[in-house]
Design a protein around this ligand. Structure first.
Ligand code: AP5
Length: 220
Protein backbone atom coordinates (compact mmCIF):
# COMPACT_ATOMS: atom_id res chain seq x y z
CA UNK A 1 0.00 0.00 0.00
CA UNK A 2 1.49 3.32 -1.09
CA UNK A 3 -0.61 6.32 -0.10
CA UNK A 4 0.44 9.93 -0.73
CA UNK A 5 -0.94 12.62 1.60
CA UNK A 6 -1.04 16.05 -0.02
CA UNK A 7 -2.21 19.46 1.09
CA UNK A 8 -0.99 22.94 1.99
CA UNK A 9 1.37 23.49 4.92
CA UNK A 10 -0.58 23.01 8.13
CA UNK A 11 -3.42 21.07 6.49
CA UNK A 12 -2.93 18.24 8.97
CA UNK A 13 -0.83 15.85 6.86
CA UNK A 14 1.53 14.91 9.69
CA UNK A 15 -1.28 14.55 12.21
CA UNK A 16 -3.37 12.36 9.93
CA UNK A 17 -0.45 10.38 8.46
CA UNK A 18 0.50 9.21 11.96
CA UNK A 19 -3.10 8.13 12.65
CA UNK A 20 -3.48 6.30 9.33
CA UNK A 21 -0.11 4.58 9.68
CA UNK A 22 -1.04 3.32 13.14
CA UNK A 23 -4.53 2.24 12.08
CA UNK A 24 -3.29 0.43 8.96
CA UNK A 25 -0.01 -0.85 10.48
CA UNK A 26 2.19 0.67 7.78
CA UNK A 27 5.16 3.06 7.93
CA UNK A 28 4.83 6.86 8.07
CA UNK A 29 7.50 8.60 6.01
CA UNK A 30 7.55 12.42 6.25
CA UNK A 31 10.17 14.28 4.22
CA UNK A 32 9.93 17.31 6.53
CA UNK A 33 10.57 15.11 9.61
CA UNK A 34 13.58 13.50 7.89
CA UNK A 35 15.01 16.96 7.21
CA UNK A 36 14.34 18.19 10.76
CA UNK A 37 16.10 15.09 12.15
CA UNK A 38 19.09 15.81 9.88
CA UNK A 39 19.13 19.47 10.97
CA UNK A 40 19.03 18.46 14.65
CA UNK A 41 21.86 15.97 14.09
CA UNK A 42 23.93 18.58 12.22
CA UNK A 43 24.58 16.26 9.26
CA UNK A 44 25.69 17.67 5.84
CA UNK A 45 22.14 16.94 4.58
CA UNK A 46 20.68 18.93 7.47
CA UNK A 47 23.02 21.86 6.94
CA UNK A 48 22.13 21.93 3.23
CA UNK A 49 18.37 21.65 3.87
CA UNK A 50 18.14 24.22 6.65
CA UNK A 51 18.73 27.30 4.47
CA UNK A 52 15.83 26.29 2.20
CA UNK A 53 13.52 25.38 5.08
CA UNK A 54 14.17 28.67 6.90
CA UNK A 55 13.19 30.58 3.76
CA UNK A 56 10.05 28.47 3.24
CA UNK A 57 11.43 27.16 -0.06
CA UNK A 58 11.67 23.60 -1.32
CA UNK A 59 14.88 21.65 -0.90
CA UNK A 60 16.26 20.70 -4.38
CA UNK A 61 14.62 17.65 -5.96
CA UNK A 62 17.76 15.50 -6.24
CA UNK A 63 18.47 15.83 -2.50
CA UNK A 64 14.87 15.03 -1.48
CA UNK A 65 14.43 12.14 -3.89
CA UNK A 66 17.60 10.39 -2.78
CA UNK A 67 16.73 10.80 0.89
CA UNK A 68 13.15 9.54 0.55
CA UNK A 69 13.96 6.62 -1.76
CA UNK A 70 16.64 5.46 0.71
CA UNK A 71 14.05 5.62 3.48
CA UNK A 72 11.50 3.66 1.40
CA UNK A 73 14.05 0.88 0.90
CA UNK A 74 14.08 0.14 4.65
CA UNK A 75 12.30 -3.05 5.79
CA UNK A 76 9.52 -1.29 7.72
CA UNK A 77 8.20 0.12 4.42
CA UNK A 78 7.71 -3.31 2.83
CA UNK A 79 4.14 -3.71 4.07
CA UNK A 80 3.13 -0.24 3.01
CA UNK A 81 3.73 3.44 3.59
CA UNK A 82 1.91 6.71 4.12
CA UNK A 83 3.99 9.39 2.39
CA UNK A 84 3.63 12.80 4.05
CA UNK A 85 4.98 15.88 2.23
CA UNK A 86 6.50 13.90 -0.66
CA UNK A 87 6.23 14.17 -3.62
CA UNK A 88 5.94 17.94 -3.86
CA UNK A 89 7.04 18.62 -7.44
CA UNK A 90 6.46 16.95 -10.81
CA UNK A 91 10.09 15.72 -10.84
CA UNK A 92 9.65 14.10 -7.40
CA UNK A 93 6.40 12.42 -8.50
CA UNK A 94 8.07 11.02 -11.61
CA UNK A 95 11.07 9.76 -9.62
CA UNK A 96 8.75 8.06 -7.12
CA UNK A 97 6.66 6.46 -9.88
CA UNK A 98 9.81 5.14 -11.60
CA UNK A 99 11.27 3.71 -8.38
CA UNK A 100 7.96 2.02 -7.49
CA UNK A 101 7.45 0.69 -11.04
CA UNK A 102 10.87 -0.99 -10.84
CA UNK A 103 9.45 -3.02 -7.90
CA UNK A 104 6.06 -3.63 -9.56
CA UNK A 105 4.40 -1.13 -7.21
CA UNK A 106 2.51 2.14 -7.68
CA UNK A 107 0.80 4.92 -5.75
CA UNK A 108 -2.64 3.49 -4.96
CA UNK A 109 -4.15 6.67 -3.54
CA UNK A 110 -3.32 10.38 -3.31
CA UNK A 111 -5.35 12.05 -0.57
CA UNK A 112 -5.56 15.84 -0.85
CA UNK A 113 -6.46 17.48 2.49
CA UNK A 114 -8.06 20.84 1.75
CA UNK A 115 -8.04 23.67 4.31
CA UNK A 116 -8.60 27.41 3.64
CA UNK A 117 -5.70 29.84 4.28
CA UNK A 118 -7.35 31.53 7.29
CA UNK A 119 -7.58 28.23 9.19
CA UNK A 120 -4.02 27.33 8.18
CA UNK A 121 -2.53 30.43 9.79
CA UNK A 122 -4.35 29.70 13.05
CA UNK A 123 -3.17 26.08 12.99
CA UNK A 124 0.46 26.96 12.26
CA UNK A 125 0.87 29.70 14.83
CA UNK A 126 -0.51 27.40 17.57
CA UNK A 127 1.45 24.34 16.52
CA UNK A 128 4.01 22.74 18.84
CA UNK A 129 6.23 19.79 17.83
CA UNK A 130 8.01 17.17 19.92
CA UNK A 131 11.78 17.54 19.70
CA UNK A 132 12.24 13.79 20.02
CA UNK A 133 9.48 12.05 18.03
CA UNK A 134 8.13 15.03 16.01
CA UNK A 135 4.50 14.44 17.00
CA UNK A 136 2.55 17.65 16.23
CA UNK A 137 0.22 19.27 18.79
CA UNK A 138 -1.81 22.47 18.85
CA UNK A 139 -2.18 24.66 21.90
CA UNK A 140 -5.95 24.93 21.31
CA UNK A 141 -7.08 22.19 18.89
CA UNK A 142 -4.90 19.28 20.02
CA UNK A 143 -3.15 20.12 23.30
CA UNK A 144 -0.91 17.66 25.13
CA UNK A 145 -2.05 16.37 28.53
CA UNK A 146 0.78 18.33 30.21
CA UNK A 147 1.72 21.70 28.62
CA UNK A 148 5.06 21.55 26.81
CA UNK A 149 5.45 17.76 27.15
CA UNK A 150 4.83 15.11 24.46
CA UNK A 151 2.10 12.58 25.40
CA UNK A 152 3.78 9.91 23.33
CA UNK A 153 7.43 10.01 24.47
CA UNK A 154 7.73 12.71 27.18
CA UNK A 155 9.90 14.87 24.89
CA UNK A 156 9.99 18.67 25.00
CA UNK A 157 7.59 20.55 22.70
CA UNK A 158 8.85 23.50 20.66
CA UNK A 159 7.68 25.89 17.96
CA UNK A 160 9.15 25.37 14.48
CA UNK A 161 11.22 28.28 13.10
CA UNK A 162 9.33 28.11 9.80
CA UNK A 163 5.94 28.56 11.51
CA UNK A 164 6.37 32.35 11.67
CA UNK A 165 3.59 34.08 9.73
CA UNK A 166 5.76 35.48 6.90
CA UNK A 167 7.41 32.09 6.31
CA UNK A 168 4.02 30.36 6.35
CA UNK A 169 2.81 32.78 3.64
CA UNK A 170 5.89 31.99 1.55
CA UNK A 171 5.30 28.24 2.01
CA UNK A 172 1.70 28.66 0.85
CA UNK A 173 2.94 30.48 -2.28
CA UNK A 174 5.46 27.72 -2.99
CA UNK A 175 2.75 25.08 -2.46
CA UNK A 176 0.46 26.71 -5.01
CA UNK A 177 3.19 27.14 -7.61
CA UNK A 178 5.03 23.84 -7.30
CA UNK A 179 2.86 21.25 -5.57
CA UNK A 180 -0.73 22.00 -6.66
CA UNK A 181 0.02 20.82 -10.24
CA UNK A 182 0.41 17.31 -8.78
CA UNK A 183 -3.34 17.29 -8.12
CA UNK A 184 -3.94 17.07 -11.87
CA UNK A 185 -1.16 14.46 -12.19
CA UNK A 186 -2.79 12.10 -9.67
CA UNK A 187 -6.31 12.89 -10.90
CA UNK A 188 -5.26 11.80 -14.39
CA UNK A 189 -4.12 8.49 -12.87
CA UNK A 190 -7.54 8.03 -11.23
CA UNK A 191 -6.12 7.87 -7.69
CA UNK A 192 -6.91 11.37 -6.35
CA UNK A 193 -9.37 11.88 -3.47
CA UNK A 194 -10.19 15.39 -2.25
CA UNK A 195 -10.88 15.53 1.49
CA UNK A 196 -12.36 18.37 3.55
CA UNK A 197 -9.70 19.04 6.22
CA UNK A 198 -11.93 21.21 8.45
CA UNK A 199 -13.47 19.61 11.52
CA UNK A 200 -12.20 17.54 14.40
CA UNK A 201 -9.18 15.24 14.09
CA UNK A 202 -11.38 12.10 14.30
CA UNK A 203 -13.77 13.42 11.66
CA UNK A 204 -10.93 14.05 9.20
CA UNK A 205 -9.41 10.61 9.88
CA UNK A 206 -12.82 9.01 9.18
CA UNK A 207 -13.07 10.87 5.85
CA UNK A 208 -9.60 9.73 4.81
CA UNK A 209 -10.32 6.10 5.70
CA UNK A 210 -13.65 6.29 3.85
CA UNK A 211 -11.83 7.57 0.75
CA UNK A 212 -9.45 4.61 0.89
CA UNK A 213 -12.47 2.32 0.80
CA UNK A 214 -13.89 -0.50 2.94
CA UNK A 215 -11.23 -3.01 1.90
CA UNK A 216 -8.31 -0.82 2.96
CA UNK A 217 -7.20 -3.15 5.78
CA UNK A 218 -6.55 -5.89 3.23
CA UNK A 219 -4.44 -3.71 0.90
CA UNK A 220 -1.11 -4.04 2.56
P1 AP5 B 1 7.00 19.87 6.06
O1 AP5 B 1 7.41 19.54 7.43
O2 AP5 B 1 6.53 18.78 5.17
O3 AP5 B 1 5.92 21.03 6.17
P2 AP5 B 1 4.54 21.25 5.40
O4 AP5 B 1 4.17 20.46 4.23
O5 AP5 B 1 4.58 22.70 5.14
O6 AP5 B 1 3.52 20.72 6.37
P3 AP5 B 1 3.47 20.93 7.85
O7 AP5 B 1 4.34 19.96 8.57
O8 AP5 B 1 3.73 22.41 8.14
O9 AP5 B 1 1.93 20.73 8.15
P4 AP5 B 1 1.05 19.41 8.17
O10 AP5 B 1 0.15 19.43 6.98
O11 AP5 B 1 1.85 18.19 8.41
O12 AP5 B 1 0.14 19.77 9.41
P5 AP5 B 1 0.16 19.21 10.93
O13 AP5 B 1 -0.41 17.84 10.96
O14 AP5 B 1 1.46 19.46 11.59
O15 AP5 B 1 8.18 20.61 5.29
C1 AP5 B 1 8.94 21.62 5.90
C2 AP5 B 1 10.01 22.10 4.93
O16 AP5 B 1 10.89 20.99 4.58
C3 AP5 B 1 9.49 22.61 3.58
O17 AP5 B 1 9.11 23.98 3.64
C4 AP5 B 1 10.71 22.37 2.67
O18 AP5 B 1 11.70 23.34 2.86
C5 AP5 B 1 11.25 21.04 3.20
N1 AP5 B 1 10.66 19.88 2.50
C6 AP5 B 1 9.91 18.89 3.07
N2 AP5 B 1 9.51 18.00 2.14
C7 AP5 B 1 10.02 18.42 0.95
C8 AP5 B 1 9.94 17.95 -0.37
N3 AP5 B 1 9.25 16.83 -0.69
N4 AP5 B 1 10.58 18.65 -1.34
C9 AP5 B 1 11.29 19.76 -1.06
N5 AP5 B 1 11.40 20.28 0.17
C10 AP5 B 1 10.76 19.62 1.19
O19 AP5 B 1 -0.96 20.21 11.53
C11 AP5 B 1 -0.70 21.58 11.66
C12 AP5 B 1 -1.30 22.09 12.99
O20 AP5 B 1 -2.72 21.99 12.92
C13 AP5 B 1 -0.88 21.26 14.22
O21 AP5 B 1 -0.75 22.13 15.29
C14 AP5 B 1 -2.05 20.30 14.43
O22 AP5 B 1 -2.19 19.91 15.80
C15 AP5 B 1 -3.23 21.15 13.96
N6 AP5 B 1 -4.31 20.37 13.38
C16 AP5 B 1 -4.21 19.24 12.60
N7 AP5 B 1 -5.43 18.82 12.22
C17 AP5 B 1 -6.33 19.70 12.75
C18 AP5 B 1 -7.75 19.80 12.69
N8 AP5 B 1 -8.49 18.91 12.02
N9 AP5 B 1 -8.33 20.84 13.35
C19 AP5 B 1 -7.58 21.75 14.03
N10 AP5 B 1 -6.22 21.71 14.11
C20 AP5 B 1 -5.61 20.70 13.48
Amino acid sequence: MIVVLMGPPGAGKGTQAARLAERLAVAHVASGDLFREAVAAGTPLGIQAQTYMDRGELVPDDVVVQMVLERLARPDCRRGVILDGFPRTAAQAEALAAALAAQGRRVEAALLIEVPDAAILERMTGRRICRQCQTPYHVKFNPPARPGVCDRCGGELYQRDDDREETVRKRLEVYRAQTLPLVAYYRAQGVLHEIDGLGGLDEVTARLLAALGPGVDRWA
